[in-house]
Write a protein that binds this ligand. Structure first.
Ligand code: ZN
Length: 76
């Protein structure tokens, strides 16, 4: 599964190439390996990514779709 996020450093599209978990005092923490189009590579906790993973349906803004749609007949 291809997951694209923003590069933590340069904000270009980056691909999550690997997901893994590391133990912590609070239990396993999800980590990701990210490689961006500019050649940066990061390994970091998944919850520290600049954008939330698209797997969360709650972050899909239904109202945002209406805002992006140009108003019809709504001139000034
Ligand atoms: Zn980058």
């Amino acid at each position: 599964m291809l997951t694209v996020v923003a590069c933590p450093q340069c904000r270009v599209p980056a691909e999550i190439t690997e997901t893994f978990s590391l133990p912590s005092t609070d239990g396993p923490v999800a980590h990701v390996a990210v490689g961006c189009a500019a050649g940066h590579h990061f390994r970091m906790a998944a919850d520290r990514l600049p954008a939330p993973p698209p797997a969360h349906p709650l972050v899909l803004p239904r109202a945002g779709l209406g805002m992006a749609r140009p108003a019809v007949g709504g001139g000034r």
